[in-house]
Design a protein around this ligand. Structure first.
Ligand code: CP3
Length: 341
């Protein structure tokens, strides 16, 4: 690899500056994304390896980040299992056949890797394009977060149906989570075989759970998945919104990196983790709406706080919003790349 900053930091080795990539770095904040998006649906883009590779490469070519992330979505596992998935502009993801009872759970497939072969194909095309320049991050949704979309039928503010399921019918929730966890493990192993250099598990909505429910309905499945990966020298990043609170539990699943939301002081989180677990984060993405001197000052403040720490990957606490100015994202990345410890 020409640029080892990301992998070195992920394995808690010393780097000359923090590596940078951003969640949702290939998306609607980029005018060049729209040139492609105007011609195809989002799922067509994900399922056509050449197009998925084109979009993956946009932030590589235009922003100069230190790691690329596969262009896909966390909900493709739910679709492969039998979810009728669509993405509509302004509405977001929808499953037209939400999971509401045991028969719906039983109907979901767990031997469905053939339906995700397009992702392996995309990874191979992307690695040809990257040609050893920077690492490629693969990813999947964590079972709790994917379950919430399958049960609610789409995005949710309060996760009411998901919480009713875990509280009134915990045995059914576990049946569903175990099925998703099995598919997710197989799917991430498929990505490893296809050639990714790192993996991130997205448990975006874990924040909705209490401490006890997090352990029972999220953590144990994430732990199972991480333990089930056939990997050597492929770091795993565990992300959730809520990591400021759940980081000590997340560490028990033995990821190499914990991706932290913006609520916590990153150094305090890191110091409380076992030695050898790196941290990723944790700029509030809303900072990227602000004036450029503010962006620079906030990044420098974080970096001064983390000075002297091995195992720090710069990222946002959550994904880039679609209306964040492209020039501000580019500027933030330049600020990071000019920084020297
Ligand atoms: O980070 C990247 O650039 C790689 C690609 C990527 C996408 N989604 C592309 C996408 C990744 C890593 C994801 C993960 C994802 N998807 C998450 C976890 C990360 C997070 O933000 O918490 C979640 C919760 C989803 C589910 C999802 N997909 C939602 C809620 C939406 C609609 C809301 C939105 O932001 O549009 C999507 C659609 C989606 N996924 C788009 C993209 C580029 C927008 C599609 C479009 O162009 O209309």
């Amino acid at each position: 690899m020409e640029n080892n900053l990301f992998l070195d930091a992920a394995f808690s080795k010393q780097t000359e500056r923090p590596p940078v990539w951003m969640m949702r770095q290939a998306g609607r904040f980029m005018p060049q994304y729209w040139e492609i998006k105007n011609k195809y649906s989002f799922l067509e883009m994900c399922k056509t390896p050449e197009i998925a590779a084109d979009v993956t490469m946009l932030p590589v070519d235009l922003l100069g980040i230190d790691a690329a992330i596969l262009f896909s979505d966390i909900l493709v596992t739910g679709e492969a299992m039998g979810g009728d998935l669509s993405f509509t502009q302004g509405v977001g993801p929808k499953f037209a056949n939400p999971v509401r009872n045991e028969a719906d759970i039983d109907a979901l497939a767990t031997d469905c890797l053939d339906k995700l072969q397009y992702v392996a194909d995309a990874i191979k095309v992307i690695q040809q394009r990257l040609n050893g320049s920077i690492p490629l991050i693969g990813f999947a949704g964590a079972p709790f977060t994917v379950m919430s979309y399958l049960v609610e039928g789409g995005s949710s503010k309060d996760f009411k149906l998901t919480k009713l399921l875990i509280h009134n019918h915990p045995e059914l929730a576990h049946k569903l989570l175990a099925k998703i966890a099995k598919v997710t493990t197989d799917y991430l192993n498929l990505q490893i075989e296809a050639g990714v250099n790192a993996l991130q598990l997205f448990d975006s909505w874990a924040l909705a759970l209490s401490w006890n429910d997090y352990q029972e309905f999220s953590h144990q499945y994430n732990q199972q998945i991480i333990a089930g990966l056939n990997r050597t020298n492929i770091p795993v990043i565990s992300f959730c919104k809520g990591s400021s609170v759940f980081a000590p539990i997340m560490a028990e699943a033995k990821p190499d990196v914990i991706s932290v939301d913006w609520n916590a002081d990153l150094l305090n989180i890191k110091k409380a983790l076992p030695v050898g677990i790196a941290v990723q984060g944790n700029l509030d993405p809303h900072i990227l709406y602000a004036n450029q001197p503010v962006i620079k000052a906030q990044i420098h403040k974080l970096f001064e706080r983390m000075r002297g720490e091995n195992g720090f990957i710069f990222n946002l606490g959550h994904g880039i919003m679609p209306d964040i100015p492209f020039d501000n994202v580019k500027y933030a990345i330049e600020v990071v790349k000019e920084f020297k410890y």
